[in-house]
Design a protein around this ligand. Structure first.
Ligand SMILES: [Zn+2]
Ligand SMILES: [Zn+2]
Length: 259
């Protein structure tokens, strides 16, 4: 009944307020709460076939030798505290614009749409990606107050609902803000998040398998720092789930590679 009403109200809204796709400006003909046309939604670039099987870092210039599992250098060296990571798409083209829309305009139906994609991924690898609780990567409280919401939460909350798991929005907190600088170098990124997260006392993470959710994974530094805080508080394991992932990461490149 609720679904039917929502659809009917969408139809009425689109009848009186025709909207354009926020990516290609084409008029949206189908009633939907996601302000992006089906063609643009279908154009998001999926992770490539050749990727690290643990963290899904694209490794397009490398192929696995003789049926060996493909594992990036960062994972070989056990750089990350999270057990594995998965992403829906590559951080490029229309997906960048969609994530910026989510991030700056709080388009909750788009968060739900991304959550559905992540839920489908979790179902495809049900054993490897099993979790007990869903936790968003938090913003520092000053930043969240300034923005009014945490974009990771717009994805993690509907994801938890779809997976039938508890959503723990305040379990993890960012205790040190991100440096006030737009572009951070690779080293600065790792430095800026080291020890920047902590779990709240009484957060009840003991022996839990955590699904840690964020919008974008770049170097893995943020997911790593969050995972360390969760594991220190007794979490059993942490799996990173992000909507998008940067195609290149200096940490993953082979020692003599050109990636
Ligand atoms: Zn479009
Ligand atoms: Zn890897």
């Amino acid at each position: 009944m609720r679904g039917w009403l929502a659809e009917a109200s969408d139809a009425i809204v689109s009848l009186f307020f025709p909207a354009e796709c926020r990516i290609c400006d084409k008029l949206l003909t189908r009633a939907s709460r996601v302000p992006i046309c089906p063609e643009c939604l279908a154009s998001f670039e999926a992770p490539p076939v050749n990727k690290c099987e643990l963290c899904w870092q694209p490794l397009v210039e490398i192929t696995a030798a003789g049926g060996e599992p493909l594992v990036c250098r960062a994972c070989q060296q056990k750089t990350y505290a999270f057990e594995r990571a998965r992403n829906f798409g590559l951080y490029d083209g229309p997906l960048v614009r969609a994530i910026l829309l989510l991030k700056w305009e709080r388009i909750e139906p788009l968060g739900s749409w991304f959550a559905q994609r992540l839920a489908e991924m979790a179902a495809r690898e049900a054993q490897l990606l099993a979790g007990d609780i869903v936790v968003p990567v938090p913003l520092h409280r000053d930043r969240e107050r300034e923005r009014g919401f945490n974009q990771a939460g717009l994805i993690s909350k509907p994801l938890a609902r779809k997976l039938g798991l508890p959503h723990k929005a305040v379990l993890l907190m960012r205790i040190r803000p991100r440096p006030n600088k737009q572009l951070l170098s690779f080293e600065e990124r790792w430095e800026s998040v080291r020890g920047a997260f902590a779990t709240r006392p009484g957060g009840q993470v003991d022996n839990k398998r955590v699904l840690l959710v964020d919008d974008v994974m770049t170097t893995g530094a943020t997911l790593d720092a969050c995972a360390r805080a969760l594991l220190e508080s007794g979490a059993k394991s942490v799996i990173g789930l992000t909507v998008a992932r940067a195609a290149r990461n200096p940490l993953s490149a082979p020692r003599n590679g050109t990636l």
